[in-house]
Unconditional design. Structure first.
Length: 87
């Protein structure tokens, strides 16, 4: 009979020895550069508590092209662009 020996995985390298992984930029159609900010916003009608109101979700994306874009949060359809935005 052979003696069974449990094998363990080597201990992870300390953080100082690990190489940093490359970050992949997030791109969004309509923007000229990778995204710097992405936010979701849900807007509800005042009567939603009674079951008669409506709720919508919006997605706002921004990059360094200074043209934040507003999209439908569920479908991703473009609604508009904030032209002339300064920051």
């Amino acid at each position: 009979f052979k003696k069974m020996v449990a094998k363990t995985a080597p201990a992870p390298a300390p953080a100082a020895q690990m190489t940093s992984s490359r970050q992949i930029p997030i791109v969004c159609p309509g923007h000229t550069r990778p995204l710097a900010e992405l936010q979701f916003c849900r807007i509800s009608d005042d009567t939603e508590e009674n079951g008669t109101g409506e709720s919508r979700t919006f997605l706002v994306s921004a990059c360094h092209d200074k043209k934040p874009m507003l999209r439908d949060g569920h479908t991703g359809d473009w609604i508009g662009t904030f032209s002339g935005h300064k920051g």
